[in-house]
Design a protein around this ligand. Structure first.
Ligand code: C5P
Length: 222
């Protein structure tokens, strides 16, 4: 009954969290959404009206901030200092600012420590940008999910409409591109495929197909 680590990285809206949740459920592993952690500290910084470029203030804020990822029947809830912010961290405001916070070395250093602690000794599926390269460099399975920006924007747009949110396809496309640009070009742990990651292009694959491909990779290591 070996427990392994599965790292899933890739650009914004490539479908990482959906397939990561499916894989975790199937294997009865925990799922860790690291993007939610960067979103939570961004939300708190915005609420406290901090200058997001003030690296020292942000780093200090994080040291006194608790971020918990709680597995629940309806997926994962995110608790920021005990308050449920699962929906708030998905706001446009947070989305538009998170990459500015996430590129700061001190923020990343602390997040990586917390993420490694969450993964210790457990079967885990973790998704993010630097999981295979920095957080879990020894993960037995590393996946790099990609899809065309058009397809990623289209999926996010449909998701919004389904949820009854207002949505503009062109805006989403621009937001995704802007985030990918900052995430890929930052100095500390940029978004990049680990040399030993399996790349899966989800553009013309269903969620079920992608989930199955990752499970196959996992079963080969179990
Ligand atoms: O995964 P999600 O799109 O929610 O991530 C939000 C943002 O958090 C990313 O655009 C990126 O700036 C940051 N992030 C990161 N490293 C991770 C996960 C997310 O820098 N491991």
């Amino acid at each position: 009954n070996k427990k392994i680590q599965i790292a899933i990285d890739g650009p914004a809206a490539a479908g990482k969290s959906t397939v990561a949740k499916n894989v975790a459920k199937k294997l009865a592993y925990i799922y860790v959404d690291t993007g939610a952690m960067y979103r939570a500290i961004t939300l708190k910084a915005l609420q406290n009206k901090l200058q997001l470029e003030d690296e020292q203030a942000l780093a200090l804020l994080l040291t006194e901030t608790s971020i918990e990822l709680v597995q629940s029947s309806d997926g994962q809830r995110v608790l920021l200092d005990g308050e449920d912010v699962t929906d708030k961290i998905r706001s446009q405001e947070v989305t538009n600012h998170v990459s500015i916070v996430a590129k700061q070395p001190n923020i990343r250093k602390e997040m990586v420590v917390r993420q490694q602690a969450m993964a210790a000794e457990k079967g885990v599926v973790m998704d993010g940008r630097d999981i295979g390269t920095h957080v879990l460099p020894n993960a037995q399975v590393k996946i790099f999910l990609i899809a065309s920006v058009e397809e990623r924007a289209r999926r996010r747009h449909e998701e919004n409409i389904q949820k009854g949110f207002s949505s503009d396809l062109e805006n989403i496309k621009m937001e995704i591109q802007a985030r990918d640009e900052i995430d890929s070009k930052r100095e500390t742990a940029p978004l990049i495929k680990a040399h030993d990651a399996i790349e899966i292009d989800t553009t013309s694959r269903s969620i079920a197909e992608v989930t199955e491909l990752i499970l196959q990779a996992a079963y080969r290591k179990l």
